[in-house]
Design a protein around this ligand. Structure first.
Ligand SMILES: *[C@@H]1O[C@H](CO)[C@@H](O)[C@H](O)[C@H]1NC(C)=O
Ligand SMILES: *[C@@H]1O[C@H](CO)[C@@H](O)[C@H](O)[C@H]1NC(C)=O
Ligand SMILES: *[C@@H]1O[C@H](CO)[C@@H](O)[C@H](O)[C@H]1NC(C)=O
Length: 432
């Protein structure tokens, strides 16, 4: 076909004609090829679409593998990466003066596609000892810690009152990767396998009307013999299988070693390599595990059974800040908890030497009013801010954090492209 095209003869009338003919031939061949490819692609697409929506549930879920995911599995994985990450809602707790954190939340959610709802924090002036539960350790908790516990407890209380499906609770200084949705989808695929591998069974559900309700007036019959636990399978309506846990931490800063070997290590290309898991170096991998007891309530999912347990434990004896309440209840194995390492979320703090340390903006727990940045504060951090367009870094004590693309780190580039901060600074030379 290319003989005439490759011909080096000077173009005569007839060779021009034969060239024209061969162009036509090539065009025709291309057209036929294009039609064949289109038909083929459409057919593949149809298969993919029906595969996503109408494949019947497999008879033998234990034979499923990654190459042949069921429709339910695909839907579960998709839901786990939806705008509320497969939970009923995402709440974040914010002090009313922290507009800066509110903005950081809004910007991250905007570029990573999350739907988040503000849940008001409990301010120091709202804490009166008369409304606090008993404690066997008087004078242990700071007012800030009491307010922090109460903000979380308000959400647990609402969950218990309304028997809500699981929610994800974040503190307002939470940070995450811009690809958090695919990261959670990947986690979901592995989390269900992990629960299968440990033969997980549903946690005790004491709520009115549940199958295990022992209340004499409840409608549900009290079954004397325990029914066989149903097989664990993907469920798009409850992708995280919340009947199996009280708490699922996505953003702890420390974790106890108890149960560290009840785990599943899985590849995740969005984790930078080199994290340490109890002496083992992780590649591009994450670990989903039975929690040993967490510190930091930066981001955790909670089920209504977990909410009821924590609400009750705190109501009987408020002897610990909120995260240690969870930690100790996990250590005593009264709370069924799982976690992810490296965590999917972490706390941010401000870059140093841009005047924010001086204001006490790095933590809320001490409460109270703050002084403004003094005129002569150290300002050498602005060089970094100008180069990166970001004033946010992960908090040093979150040493396990491994973000590939921290949303707050790429927000500038996502929203303002290659704009340079100092180009919009006041120019002393022009006065403009
Ligand atoms: C995300 O998925 C969960 C579980 O299926 C569902 O409850 C929630 O409503 C979904 N979120 C949105 C915004 O549709
Ligand atoms: C789970 O159950 C299977 C089948 O009964 C058993 O072979 C396996 O050892 C169990 N695994 C664990 C972690 O208990
Ligand atoms: C800010 O960064 C840009 C690009 O890196 C550089 O050209 C500019 O000089 C920097 N501005 C200041 C004030 O350092």
């Amino acid at each position: 076909m290319s003989v005439e095209l490759g011909s080096e003869h000077s173009p005569s009338r007839s060779s021009a004609f034969s060239r024209w003919r061969s162009y036509r031939q090539i065009h025709r061949t291309f057209l036929v090829l294009l039609i064949i490819i289109t038909v083929f692609a459409l057919d593949r697409y149809r298969l993919a679409v029906t595969g996503t929506f109408t494949l019947p549930r497999r008879q033998h879920p234990e034979h499923e593998d990654v190459d042949h995911p069921s429709g339910q599995q695909l839907r579960s994985i998709a839901q786990a990466g939806n705008s509320t990450l497969g939970f009923h809602a995402i709440y974040y707790v914010n002090m009313k003066t922290r507009y800066d954190r509110e903005d950081a939340m809004a910007l991250q959610a905007y570029i990573s596609g999350l739907d988040i709802q503000d849940f008001p924090a409990v301010e120091a002036e709202m804490i009166d000892p008369v409304g606090m539960p008993p404690t066997h350790r008087p004078a242990m908790l700071k007012v800030g810690e009491k307010g922090c516990w109460r903000a979380h407890a308000n959400i647990w209380s609402e969950m218990v009152r309304k028997k809500l499906p699981p929610v994800l609770i974040m503190e307002s200084d939470a940070a995450w990767d811009i690809n958090v949705r695919p990261i959670m989808s990947r986690l979901n695929e592995q989390f269900v396998k992990f629960l299968q591998s440990i033969n997980s069974t549903a946690v005790h559900d004491p709520s009115w009307g549940s199958a295990h309700n022992q209340h004499p007036l409840a409608d549900a019959p009290v079954s004397s013999s325990r029914p066989n636990p149903p097989p664990i399978d993907y469920d798009a309506n409850d992708p995280w299988l919340s009947a199996h846990w009280d708490l699922f931490s996505l953003g702890q800063c420390f974790e106890h070693g108890q149960d560290k070997d009840v785990k599943l290590v899985y590849p995740d290309a969005r984790v930078p390599e080199g994290r340490d898991y109890w002496g083992v170096r992780l590649e591009h991998e994450r670990v989903v595990r039975k929690s040993g007891g967490i510190t930091c309530t930066t981001a955790y999912a909670i089920s209504h059974t977990g909410a009821a347990k924590l609400l009750l434990r705190g109501a009987v004896d408020l002897d610990n800040p909120v995260d240690l309440l969870m930690r100790r209840l996990t250590l005593s194995r009264d709370l069924v908890a799982y976690s992810v390492m490296p965590p999917v979320m972490a706390q941010w703090e401000y870059l140093h030497d841009i005047g924010m340390n001086e204001r006490g903006a790095q933590s809320d727990i001490n409460g109270g009013k703050h002084a403004d940045t003094p005129f002569d504060a150290e300002m050498k951090g602005w060089d970094h801010a100008n180069r990166t367009g970001s004033v946010w870094i992960t908090k040093a004590h979150h040493r396990d954090v491994a973000f590939d693309k921290m949303a707050l780190g790429v927000a500038w580039e996502q929203i303002l492209g290659d704009a340079i901060l100092t180009n919009s600074w006041w120019d002393p030379n022009t006065g403009d």
